[in-house]
Write a protein that binds this ligand. Structure first.
Ligand SMILES: Cc1cc2nc3c(=O)[nH]c(=O)nc-3n(C[C@H](O)[C@H](O)[C@H](O)COP(=O)(O)O)c2cc1C
Length: 290
């Protein structure tokens, strides 16, 4: 009984903190939210330019939002993000005015493993309906299962869908696939939350599931296939529809969908430029040791 109350109490505290700090949709209120909004609109443009058949012209609204944030925050924004915003707007103009797509970004890492890690990209344009075989999918999932998990619980599950009608029905519940090529194989990654106990492990499924998802993407890349992780950022109501459609148990949480197919090499993937390392890595010390 105490354990159940603890899970509920801790989850309410999580919810309260998220409600305090999450942004409101397309209505940023502080610098960090402005930066996130800017990043999302940049990505909206670069993602569209990586689709098989982008609309032309497109992008009036995201371009206007980008310009508004640049005007409001210009001098406060990191130089790298400013450069990215300028590039997205220039790429959009090149497409709308002349029908020219951006070229593929160069991988700047050395060494075969580093190049491999840095060259995985989300692929939204597939060149055929070729599917990985059962054996290939087994090899991919075996590699993915080398991911670490808390106490080695390995609570993951991958459902592989290869029937076009199934894929279409599932994608009807996914928000983020408009304009993609038809998807040859769709994976649904979930986690069995019965593996976890107590209020302290209430978020463990997202951590183990996220690590597994990344290893799965790298395994797909290692086997020469293209992939795109596809969100299932859903309310409980939306999740209930997917549970019912796909026969997912109440104890399964959906981590993401993943499309798999043959990369269309004639279409550059979205650049999705990364933040400078200095924005991520902080050499820290505790106030007490200073
Ligand atoms: C959990 C998750 C959900 C995502 N959902 C979508 C999606 O619904 N549609 C899409 O086109 N891309 C989606 N992406 C891909 C991201 O846009 C992409 O990973 C990011 O821009 C970095 O680019 P890269 O994967 O090419 O390195 C998702 C990525 C993650 C990790």
């Amino acid at each position: 009984m105490f354990q159940k109350l603890s899970i509920i109490f801790e989850s309410i505290a999580d919810g309260q903190r998220r409600a305090r700090h999450f942004g409101s949709f397309r209505n940023p209120k502080n610098l960090i939210q402005d930066q996130a909004e800017l990043q999302k609109d940049i990505h909206l443009i670069e993602r569209a330019l990586a689709l098989p058949e982008p609309r032309r012209p497109f992008g009036v609204k995201p371009a206007a939002r980008i310009s508004a944030i640049l005007e409001r925050r210009g001098h406060q924004l990191p130089a790298a993000l400013l450069a990215q915003a300028d590039k997205a707007l220039a790429d959009l103009r090149a497409w709308n005015d002349r029908g020219v797509r951006p070229t593929e970004t160069e991988v700047k890492f050395q060494g075969s493993l580093e190049t491999f890690l840095a060259s995985r990209r989300s692929v939204r344009a597939f060149s055929s309906m070729l599917q990985p075989s059962i054996e290939q999918l087994e090899e991919i999932v075996a590699l993915a299962s080398q991911a670490p998990s808390v106490s080695n619980t390995q609570s993951w599950k991958v459902r592989a869908y290869q029937q076009p009608a199934d894929i279409e029905a599932l994608l009807g519940l996914q928000d983020g696939n408009v304009g993609n090529s038809p998807i040859p194989t769709l994976l649904l990654v979930s986690v069995d939350i019965r593996s976890f106990t107590g209020g302290n492990e209430r978020n463990q499924m997202w951590i183990d599931g996220g690590i597994f998802l990344q290893q799965l993407l790298l395994a797909i890349h290692a086997k020469g296939w293209g992939s795109c992780p596809m969100n299932f950022s859903a309310t409980n109501n939306q999740a209930a529809k997917l549970r019912s459609l796909a026969g997912l148990a109440d104890y399964e949480e959906v981590i993401a969908f993943v499309s798999v197919g043959e990369t269309d090499k004639s279409i550059a993937p979205a650049a999705s430029i990364r933040k400078p390392v200095g924005d991520l890595l902080v050499f820290a010390s505790l106030p007490t040791s200073r």
